[in-house]
Ligand binder design. Sequence first.
Ligand code: ATP
Length: 444
Amino acid sequence: MEKITSLAKRRGFVFQSSEIYGGQNGAWDYGPLGIELKNRIAGAWWKEMTQLHDDIVGLDAAILMHPRTWEASGHVENFTDPLVDCKKCKSRFRADQIPEENLLAKECPECGGELTDTRKFNLMFKTHIGPAEDTASIIYLRPETAQGIYVNYKNIIQSNRMKIPFGIAQIGKAFRNEIVTKNFIFRTCEFEQMEMQYFVKGGTDEEWFNEWRKRRWAYYEKLGVKMDHLRWHQHGPDELAHYAKDAYDIEYLFPMGWRELEGVHNRTDYDLRRHTEYSGKDMQYIDQDNSNERYIPYIIETSAGLTRNVLMILCDAYDEEQVADKGNDDDWRTVLRFHPSLAPVTVAVLPLMKKDGLSELAQDIRQELKEDFATDYDQAGAIGRRYRRQDEAGTPFCVTVDYQSKEDGTVTLRFRDSMEQIRVPKEELALRLRQEIKGYKRVK
Ligand code: ATP
């Protein structure tokens, strides 16, 4: 993880928030390469969940919601973590994340000092809206994006004539006052979620739950993720959230071990029932194709962390490879083996030399490619070093312009993974790149 964190900073993927002030715990900034990677991961998810499904539509709901929302959802009452402090070293722990023997003996796992009693700690960030800081002005930063979908479900049925079963997808920020934020961007106080809530008739919920589990697994396969680094974890009775009938996590083998990447939950009709109760509005679905039968739908949720997916993709792509055996530092290269459709830069154009018109020709080629691909241009330093820089940024293709290019109009196309180089007429580059991206198969 240290290597990934340091690469992420060095190459402008992720920086610590407010670093010049010593950093802000639980918050991170995405740099030039990081925002491109994050946007592409979000784009892949959005395409998968909306464009490829006729029965799923998108939404972008506000972060600030009526405070009653969080009473209805159960978050005011239940969205808590058990907290213990060490009286001696002042370390703070989630009671469910330290060894049970320490908890029973009230002994700090770090210094052996005495632990406080366990107390419940609500993870919602609370603030005030308007000029008066009284109880009437309390408002929360949303701890999940899902509720924005539930409160809009009737609006969407009416405006878009949706029929059950159907889904609503949303990507957006969520906030949790996490007790322990370590492991880089894995668990943060401000993060982004990619959630899709699928509304079904009670009785068909288990079937849809299994179907969405299958689809979400296939999604990661399509992204080219190492499938032996993914596994399912079913929530036991003590892990199930207050609203859930059944829940499975997709876990990824991060450098610190197996951890949750995404959750697929059967939330039953809990949320819509509670919103009916708390808002006084009728949240029933009216089935016009079935004698106007009325019912409160069940909800199957697929909930993935976008920022956690960024970390997963970085870990999954990271590789160190020996490319020579000369006893030099250069014998090894660091390479990010991103799927080309996720890579922040798709193609880098590199003139072999700055002189003799090569840089102008390379700039022209880059200009041509810009419309269709994310490009980079680099003319500084030896060509081998420039390739390494692109490998480290995860750029899948490099185009090198040399003297032969001036004569016969061909360029060198270099592949990141195999380091193989071929010559291609420059007019055919765009087509060739499109084919390579579409047909990409991960080999290492
Ligand atoms: P945990 O039990 O680990 O705190 P959770 O089970 O409460 O997490 P969910 O509420 O199911 O998590 O959230 C859905 C997804 O949102 C998670 O699978 C994860 O990818 C992401 N997520 C949740 N909390 C955080 C966080 N603090 N930082 C980054 N991503 C998060």
